[in-house]
Ligand binder design. Sequence first.
Ligand code: UT7
Length: 355
Amino acid sequence: MLKSKIAGIGHYVPDKVVTNDDLAKVMDTSDEWIRERTGIEQRRYGVKHKQTTTTMGVEAAKIAIERAGITKDEIDFIIFATLSPDYYFPGCGVLLQRELGITKTEVGALDIRNQCSGFIYGLSIADQFVKTGMYKNILLVGSEMHSMGLEYTTKGRNVTVIFGDGAGAAVIQPTEEGEEGILTTHLHSDGTYAEKLSFINPGSHGGYHFDKMGESVDFGYADTEYGEIFVNKHMIDNAQIYPHMEGQFVFKMAVKKFPEVIMEALAKTGYQPSDIDMLIPHQANLRISQFVQKIMKLEDSKVWNNIQKYGNTTAASIPIALCEAVEAGAVKKGDLVCLAAFGSGFTWGSALLKW
Ligand code: UT7
């Protein structure tokens, strides 16, 4: 059977830098609190009404395609991972296809909703398609524009200070070269805790039910003619239209599941933690990454952290970090690279690759 590899990787972050002090101007928080609890110093925000999750994904994709040594017309499948899509539907996959100008080839576009684990889920899907010979150049994109959907008040501070915007992309191709490529991927979920880290509305569980039609209901909010169907005053008043996180609960699960899923990948391939040349953890919180590093007994130079600059960019965080590590020469040909993520769902996963 064929193996697959990441043949090209790219990333894009918007220019606008938002510091902790900037956020402290609109909510009761401080640079000290944010740095101490999360390690974050600043994050990037896209330009409202000019940039979107898709357009940032396109920028990252162009770089990945060029580095893979192909043209956009050779892409034969698209996978787009995000929790902050441009539209409720259709997904960003087709929008990216249109923006990249590759509609003529009519290749399939798959959107996935696995939040922080989105890139690893996408990589695993791409790996299966390539290994079976179905596709030869899969474009995998993880992109987020969180800044459009955060609660910029003290009520939302535990979530808002964490997230940032950005995009990463990879082209996955077959390889027959020695040990090179994706060695193993592992995907998990536990829906028991779905609401612990969630963005509930708009959604089919609530909103304007058919049996209420015709009744006089004060929704009190209608951004568009159709907006009131999904979003009502109760949701606004109770901050149910923003992300919600039980931080400490999520933290405790994360520090348990990260080492577990990394060990699973190592066990499957016969490697030890000391064999890892670079661990790229999803950038959720610097304290989580440091905890994982300690458990795995890895030196500082073997764990890539960039959450200080970008915050948590969810599906984009791993490809941005991997891309930076490659560009910095910290990931070299032949290196054993471990990717690991944990987040909303809960979903988590790992991938082990020989670069
Ligand atoms: O990427 C997806 C996965 N996500 C994660 O893995 C995130 C995991 N969780 C975390 O990273 C941490 O739980 C947070 C950074 C979100 C929060 O840190 P924490 O140490 O768990 O804080 P907490 O939620 O327990 O809140 C402690 C206090 C509270 O005040 P009281 O009730 O003790 O008076 C919060 O209201 O800190 C307060 N607080 C803040 N204070 C200033 C919460 N957010 C802020 C803030 N600035 N931004």
